[in-house]
Write a protein that binds this ligand. Structure first.
Ligand code: SF4
Ligand code: SF4
Length: 149
């Protein structure tokens, strides 16, 4: 059971447990897109030693409202390798904050579903929901076009 407690209390109110598990890359392999803020783009380009322009041309798809990483053929992400994330210290906001995304921490059902592929959920110290929501708010700030009502 992902909540690590037999309490009848609503686990979102009681708090969440999460510790990322060493060697796991499950969340990098889930079908979906990796979005970037403008600052994520700058950070990732700097980390790879490329100019922002060159990094964007090679790895990023830009529309009027958002930036996302291009997907290589047969993989979810260019930066996923056998050692993990090749840009770990500069990975995009959504990767850094997972699983503390608004749509997950605000819904017990979604949090439980996510626990099926994230073995870190239910592990480690208790994190108060207020703290989790504060972390999740960074997602809204990083991706306003995605989270605007
Ligand atoms: S799926 Fe969960 S435990 Fe695995 S790398 Fe992602 S956040 Fe960490
Ligand atoms: S950027 Fe890194 S953390 Fe994010 S999906 Fe790609 S490999 Fe995973």
């Amino acid at each position: 059971m992902p909540w690590g407690s037999a309490s009848q209390e609503d686990p979102l109110r009681a708090g969440l447990r999460f510790t990322c598990q060493s060697g796991c890359t499950n969340c990098c392999q889930v079908q979906g897109f990796v979005y970037l803020s403008e600052q994520d783009l700058v950070n990732a380009a700097r980390h790879t030693g490329m100019s922002k322009r060159a990094f964007e041309a090679r790895y990023v798809y830009r529309t009027r409202n958002f930036l996302r990483l291009r997907k290589p053929r047969g993989s979810q992400c260019h930066f996923l390798n056998e050692q993990g994330c090749a840009i770990h210290p500069a990975k995009p906001t959504q990767c850094r904050l997972f699983p503390f995304w608004p749509e997950l921490v605000e819904s017990r059902k979604e949090w439980n579903l996510t626990a099926k592929h994230c073995p870190g959920i239910g592990q480690g110290p208790l994190i108060q929901i207020g703290s989790a929501l504060e972390t999740a708010s960074e997602m809204r700030q990083a991706y306003p076009a995605i989270y605007e009502e």
